[in-house]
Structures are given as C-alpha cells and as structure tokens.
Design a protein around this ligand. Structure first.
Ligand SMILES: NC(=O)c1ccc[n+]([C@@H]2O[C@H](COP(=O)([O-])OP(=O)(O)OC[C@H]3O[C@@H](n4cnc5c(N)ncnc54)[C@H](O)[C@@H]3O)[C@@H](O)[C@H]2O)c1
Length: 316
C-alpha cells in the first residue's frame, strides 16, 4: 500500500514506519520535526518536512494515513492548552478534511490511556468511562469522538489505538524525546551518567510496594498492532482498541530491573506524590486479541528494558 505516516520522525512513528517499509509498503513520512529527528526516518521511506495542516498535496494516491503527529506532554498541555487543542485536534481536523478532499478513506490514529483519566477498575476496557484529567487526554478523546462521527457520515474507516506506556526499542529506533517524562528512559539515563538519580513520586500508594503501577508495552508489539489495524479497517467503521501488555509493574520494579540489566546501582530519590497520578493503570487488550489476533510477543519487563538499553548504549 501507499501510506502517509505523520509523526514518523518520532519514537513510535519511526518504529511503525520501519516495520511498514520492511513489510513492503511504500511509505512517506510527514513530520515538522518539532519533537522528532530526521535521522529516525527509516531508510526506504520518503521524508517531507511539513506540518499536518499542510498535508493535502502529499495525500494524492495514498491508500491510508497512520497518524502519530501530536504534542504529548501532559504537563505542557496543562500550561499551554491552546497549543494542544490547535495542534492535536485542529491539526487532525485539517488532516481529515484534506483526506476527504483527496479521496483517502482510511486512518489509524494514536490515541492514549489518558483518555480514560482516573480508572474505576483494572484492567481498563474500551467500554469504560472516558474522563481525561488533562488537556492532552482531552484532545485525544476529542479526535476519537470526531473519528466516530466522521466514520458514520463520510464512510471513513478508522482505528484508534489507545496506547498505555510504550517502551523498549526496535533495533536502532528508540525513545529520544527532547523533554523526557517517561520512566524507563529516565532511569536508564542514570546508568549512562546523563542524570544523577531517578525520582520516585510517592511510596504510599495502595499497591504492593507503595509505588505507582503501570502497564508497559514493547514498541515493537505496539507497531505490529498498527499493521493489523491497517488490514482490518472497514469503510464507515471506527474501532477503538486498548494496547498494553496486560500486566502492571511498579516504579520500584522498573528501577530494580534497570539495575539488573545495566549493572549500575541507579540511585533513587523519593519525593511526594504528583497530583493526578492514579495508583494503577493497566489495560485489558482482550478486544484487539480477540478481533485482530494481536498478542504481545515481548511482554517481559526485562526484554523491554534490555532492548531500550541496547539501543541507548549504542549496542543495537
Ligand atoms: N510514547 C508513548 O508512551 C505514548 C503513549 C500514548 C500515546 N502516544 C501517542 O503516540 C504518538 C507518538 O508518540 P511519540 O512518543 O512517538 O512522540 P514523539 O514526540 O516522539 O513523536 C511525535 C512526532 O510528531 C511530530 N509532530 C508533532 N506535531 C506535528 C505537526 N503539527 N505536524 C507534523 N508533525 C508533527 C513531531 O515532530 C514528532 O516527530 C503521539 O500521538 C502520542 O500522543 C504515545
């Protein structure tokens, strides 16, 4: 297929673009490089440096769009909500209009666990209430809502994948956020000497060791789900799938595994809880397993951390 990958110079988009090229698809990456890196665009993919609001001319002859481009820092979204609404919702609406104009009827969208907010139960299912607690999650939920409406009236075929905590690396493709808020890369940066210690926010949560529990999905497993979603898209239908590995690991467990994998002592500094951090966030991925036959192949935390470490330390 001929595919447009928005945000394909970023972490997740570059891994998916690489897998799409490997699968024989003709890939164009469109990215404004606001948080991405041009050298993350895989060999074999065409690269266009543009904003998603200017995607129109790149859509001619495309079979589908995989839409990763977004701002995704929760704290920044609280401080600058306008940036998030205009980039994530406004930008996506412009992209959807351009797709209609150019006759592109299929889209896979990067949604997030942040659409659910504070969960009522664990694991979280797609039918659970969506009550985002920050503008980032709200903009992603707004896109999901728009996709459902557009699928009905425009014969658009859409799949939203709600990622939980994406981690690990795929060969040389790794997490390189300019502002890194994710736990595993930040812990590993202590082992490389880029950071002195890792912060643990709260040790009095109602969990086994008192630290927050999160569901980590290997970026390679996540990427594979995009290829399955692409093949399953039906015109007039919007499907939503959670993507996690179904198991929660605490902050303390993540730090321990990073110590084992790197052989570094990784000092941890305990701080106060952060406002709005739920104790446990774990996905039920039963729906995508049942409907698309997806299954996590590398769910073990040790594999996720080892792959991230290999790529970060230049051994991948
Ligand atoms: N990484 C995670 O754990 C995670 C979890 C849930 C959801 N997501 C979602 O997955 C997607 C990818 O996340 P990531 O971690 O790879 O982020 P990333 O910042 O590495 O990648 C996003 C890419 O989009 C580009 N971009 C942003 N705005 C753009 C615009 N207006 N026009 C063109 N390009 C633009 C950036 O330059 C960057 O290359 C995002 O939509 C994010 O919200 C990520």
């Amino acid at each position: 297929m001929r595919l447009l990958v928005t945000g394909g110079a970023g972490y997740v988009g570059s891994v998916v673009a690489a897998q799409l090229v490997e699968a024989g698809h003709e890939v164009t990456v469109l990215d404004d490089l606001s948080t991405g890196h041009q050298d993350a665009v895989p060999e074999g993919a065409r690269f266009v440096q543009k904003c998603i609001t200017e995607a129109r001319d790149e859509l001619d002859g495309m079979d589908a769009v995989l839409h990763f481009a977004a701002k995704s820092l929760v704290g920044e979204s609280v401080a600058e909500p306008g940036l998030y609404w205009s980039n994530n919702l406004g930008g996506t609406l412009a992209l959807l209009d351009a797709m209609r104009e150019r006759g592109v009827g299929r889209i896979v969208f990067s949604s997030t666990a942040a659409t659910y907010g504070e969960p009522e139960r664990s694991p979280i299912e797609e039918s659970d209430p969506t009550r985002p607690t920050n503008p980032y999650g709200a903009t992603k939920l707004a896109v999901d809502t728009a996709l459902t409406a557009f699928a009905r009236v425009r014969e658009l075929g859409a799949v939203s994948l709600r990622y939980f905590n994406v981690a690990g690396a795929y060969g040389r493709y790794r997490e390189r956020h300019m502002v890194e808020t994710h736990l595993i890369p930040n812990v590993l940066k202590v082992a490389t000497g880029e950071r002195e210690s890792v912060s643990v926010f709260g040790t009095d949560y109602p969990t086994a060791d008192g630290t927050c529990v999160r569901d980590y999905i290997h970026v390679s497993d996540l990427a594979r789900a995009h290829l399955l979603a692409l093949a399953a898209i039906e015109p007039g239908e919007h499907r939503i799938y959670n993507l996690g590995s179904g198991t929660g690991f605490s902050v303390q467990e993540v730090i321990s595994v990073c110590r084992e994998v790197t052989g570094h002592e990784i000092p941890a500094v305990v701080g106060e809880r952060r406002p709005g951090d739920p104790a446990v966030l774990v996905a039920s991925s039963a729906r995508i397993e049942r409907e698309l036959g997806w299954k996590a192949e590398r769910p073990a935390l040790r594999d996720i951390v080892s792959d991230a470490w290999q790529a970060l330390s230049g051994k991948a």
